[in-house]
Design a protein around this ligand. Structure first.
Ligand code: SAM
Length: 212
């Protein structure tokens, strides 16, 4: 591992707004953070957590949790949150597959899937964050009428997600191939992630808002 990455990785252990499966403190951090009176919003596969950070600043009365397995990316988000005194955002490092082991049932108002890996190889389809296995996990933790937002630049993932959500008896509330118009109506879609900033030139961004 590069030296800079190693330093960030070591630092991550010291950050008060991070819980890690490797330190066995995810549940402890969550229990101390969650206020059942407040709206809880998750960003899954958050990377550096741009959605969590921007929304946490805009909605101080809500709580945000960014989840990813990559410690170095979480370090960026968690450090920025501390620098900006964003006390309503927490970052957790664990595999999303275990999300229902940690989050209370029907506790989450919204989930953001911000540019998840499209997992294009046939053998990896079950790893897509909109595969039936993951949709069932989200159903467990979402409140009734809770919302899921998918933003992607991958048409195969977009088409697959529309099909899978419908097969799983979910409800598509909005879907857009190219979100310029949707961005005018929903300014939240203007938030750009690291991945999006790198890939956006000439790329179509797809968006689905759905319920399960
Ligand atoms: C393409 S990146 C997007 C990161 C960020 N949302 C962005 O748009 O810049 C996908 C992220 O999902 C994370 N990820 C993928 N599968 C995961 C899983 N099963 N559990 C936890 N994190 C996962 C990866 O570590 C990676 O940071």
């Amino acid at each position: 591992m590069a030296r800079k990455k190693l330093i960030k990785f070591a630092d991550l252990d010291e950050l008060s707004n991070v819980g890690q499966v490797s330190l066995n403190n995810v549940q402890e951090k969550l229990d101390a953070f969650i206020d059942p009176e407040k709206c809880l919003i998750l960003e899954l596969g958050c990377g550096k957590g741009e959605y969590s950070l921007a929304l946490a600043a805009e909605f101080p009365q809500s709580q945000f949790i960014g989840i990813d397995i990559q410690g170095e990316r979480l370090w960026h988000g968690a450090t920025e949150a501390l620098e900006n005194n964003l006390n309503n955002v927490l970052f957790l490092r664990f595999q999303i597959e275990h999300i229902a082991d940690y989050l209370p049932e029907h506790s989450v108002s919204e989930i953001w899937l911000s540019f998840p890996d499209p997992q294009l190889k046939k053998k990896n389809i079950k790893k897509r964050l909109t595969s039936p296995r993951f949709l069932n996990l989200y159903k467990k933790i979402l409140k009734p009428n809770g919302l899921v937002h998918l933003k992607t630049d991958d048409q195969i993932l977009f088409d697959y997600s529309l099909e899978t959500i419908t097969e799983q008896a979910g409800t598509i509330i909005e879907s857009h191939s190219g979100i310029k118009q949707a961005m005018k109506d929903n300014p939240t879609l203007n938030i750009q992630t690291t991945y999006e900033k790198k890939e956006i030139a000439g790329t179509i961004i797809y968006y689905i808002k759905f319920q399960l």
